[in-house]
Design a protein around this ligand. Structure first.
Ligand code: MN
Length: 231
């Protein structure tokens, strides 16, 4: 078979300790999943989980040890970092119980849910979808994936991001309102999870703007850290 136009190249993420790569299918993101972040966004922190999706080709894939280049996006004057633990689905399924969720996870990575906060805020006020605030080229930086067996206790790991060496966000994954098993249980009732799906699990408090020239460095204890320069 041939195509009438050139098909897009598949998106894939490096895997720690392997020459083989992890192919990306969908990217699911969880909104307001740490109490202190929900509060800073003007909410109480007590609500059912909700989700939005970024296309796979919004991944900005970082190779091990690489300083990535993140292009400041168009239309915004308030470009925010959200550091997040990313759960990477190896085995798909529908209606997965929280207690069984771990069996579906191939591994974990450090990601950033980059956000055009001013555009997101305008859409919220208008009662419109957040699409333009959350989805744009390079909106989903991600570092190398560590297989689950080697990732340690990610659910109790420290999570942080620094800008130009100064702490912006620092918390622990144990403060998730909905833990990873519960996220997968909720998600898999709404969508059939597929191998290659990424789940950005939410961000702790401290979201703030970056500008061209800034260097972002983020991590989750036990996983490969990421470094990005905004240009
Ligand atoms: Mn987020």
């Amino acid at each position: 078979m041939s195509y009438v136009i050139t098909p897009p190249a598949p998106v894939s993420v490096p895997v720690v300790g392997s020459k083989d790569r992890f192919p990306v299918n969908r990217i699911y993101c969880v909104g307001r999943n740490y109490v202190e972040h929900a509060k800073e966004m003007g909410f109480t922190g007590r609500e059912a989980p909700f989700f939005f999706i970024k296309p796979a080709d919004t991944c900005l894939v970082l190779e091990a040890g690489q300083t990535g280049t993140l292009h400041y996006p168009s239309l915004t004057k308030d470009f925010h970092h959200e550091i997040e633990l990313v759960a990477c689905i190896g085995t798909g399924g529908k209606n997965i119980k929280a207690a069984d969720a771990k069996k579906h996870i191939y591994g974990y990575a450090v990601g950033l849910d980059m956000t055009r906060r001013d555009l997101q805020g305008e859409q919220k006020k208008l009662g419109r979808p957040w699409c333009i605030g959350k989805t744009f080229d390079e909106a989903a930086p991600i570092g190398p994936i560590t297989p689950a067996a080697q990732a340690g206790d990610v659910e109790n790991a420290e999570i942080y991001v620094q800008v130009n060496g100064q702490d912006r966000q620092r918390s622990t994954v144990s403060k998730l309102i909905w833990n990873i098993g519960e996220i997968i249980e909720h998600l898999s009732t709404a969508w059939e999870l597929r191998p290659g799906d990424l789940i950005y699990t939410g961000t702790p408090e401290g979201v703030a703007a970056v500008v061209p020239g800034d260097t972002l460095s983020g991590g989750v204890a036990g996983l490969e850290p990421i470094t990005l320069k905004v240009v």
